[in-house]
Ligand binder design. Structure first.
Ligand code: CP
Ligand code: NVA
Length: 331
């Protein structure tokens, strides 16, 4: 049956079939080619979208804004300091109001329940721009980037996430890999394994049975052999800065170094990262933590800048994939 995503919210990849994810990826590849050729079909003329950010952002906000403007839609940006949401107005009432004004709502914040609640009450598609437990638009961009750089289908690709295996990116990867029949290894310390949500693990293993995916959690260095992608993320996510000392202690052995890349045994292994990244001390946070005695770099500068690193292709692809999601759901 033909895929039709019109009117659907995009809250997690777990809500979509592999065919629907394939459809969004194909659309993203097509929209990227068109943009490169100078073609924007302006299929969102007359539409308006609103972006709600309760956490900071560079890529996601700009991707939504450029994607919408390329296709002719109007955009409103609201951060937590400049709207009533959560302070003087409930999420339910906010959703009902915004649904009267806008054709789609993007939300970035803390609890997945908030983005689910917005989708329940808004009456228009809601797109998840990152919560504490998921980041589905990032995974679409990452899958697209893998397809551009790996000469094999996704269901033969092995992705190893090295670091904070219980963060939003690690869970988002579990969902993406389970759905697309891929091999995923969450490679991190045993102490963090105890914090993994076992209901999520059970759900992805159910999906994996249907798609042929392999989803593993491991602290064994042998588990990274044969990786096509080594993926890193910051060790303390937004809102978790107090955890930095403990995370540095736990995650330094999982820092992505040239040795770790070589230990995959795959000279073509890609290095990927959702960004922003601590790969040097050119940020206030990395520098101030260094002064306190903590090296928070999750990847070395050599790997980050190496020929195998595709991090800026990923960043660009955020825009093309987010455009695909908006077009597929509201055009
Ligand atoms: N990767 C990502 O979501 O980046 P931003 O936090 O800048 O949006
Ligand atoms: N895990 C990171 C991802 C940023 C895109 C965070 O939530 O801060």
């Amino acid at each position: 049956m033909a895929v039709n995503l019109k009117g659907r919210s995009f809250l997690t990849l777990m809500d979509f079939t592999p065919e629907e994810i394939r459809y969004m990826l194909d659309l993203a590849h097509d929209l990227k080619s068109k943009k490169r050729a100078g073609i924007n079909n302006r299929v969102l003329e007359g539409k308006n979208i609103v972006l709600l950010f309760e956490k900071t952002s560079t890529r996601t906000r700009c991707a939504f804004e450029v994607a919408a403007m390329d296709e002719g839609a109007g955009v409103t940006f609201l951060d937590s300091g400049s709207s009533q949401m959560g302070k003087k107005e409930s999420m339910e009432d906010t959703a009902k109001v915004l649904g009267r004004f806008y054709d789609g709502i993007e939300y970035r914040g803390f609890d997945q329940e908030v983005v689910e609640g917005l989708a329940k009450y808004a009456g228009v598609p809601v797109w998840n721009g990152l919560t504490d437990v998921d980041h589905p638009t990032q995974i679409l961009a990452d899958l697209m980037t893998i397809e551009e750089h790996c000469a094999k289908p996704l269901n033969r690709v092995k992705v190893v996430f090295s670091g904070d295996i219980r963060n939003n990116m690690s869970y988002a990867w579990m969902y993406g890999c389970a759905k697309m029949g891929m091999h995923y290894v969450a490679y991190g310390p045993e102490e963090l394994m105890a914090e993994l949500d076992q209901d999520v693990i059970a759900k992805v293993q159910e999906v994996a049975k249907e798609t042929g995916a392999t989803i593993e959690v491991s602290s064994d260095p042998k588990s990274i052999v044969g990786a096509d992608v080594i993926y890193a993320d910051v060790w303390a996510s937004m809102g978790e800065e107090a955890e930095i000392p403990e995370r540095v202690r736990l995650l330094t052995p999982f820092k992505v170094t040239e040795e770790l890349m070589a230990s995959t045994g795959n000279p073509d292994c890609l290095f990927m990262h959702c960004l922003p990244s601590f790969h040097d001390f050119e940020t206030k946070m990395a520098q101030s933590q260094k002064e306190l005695g903590y090296d928070i770099r999750e990847v070395t500068d050599e790997v980050f800048r190496s020929k195998n690193s595709v991090v800026f292709d990923e960043a660009e692809n955020r825009m093309h994939t987010i455009k695909a999601v908006i077009v597929a759901t509201i055009a």
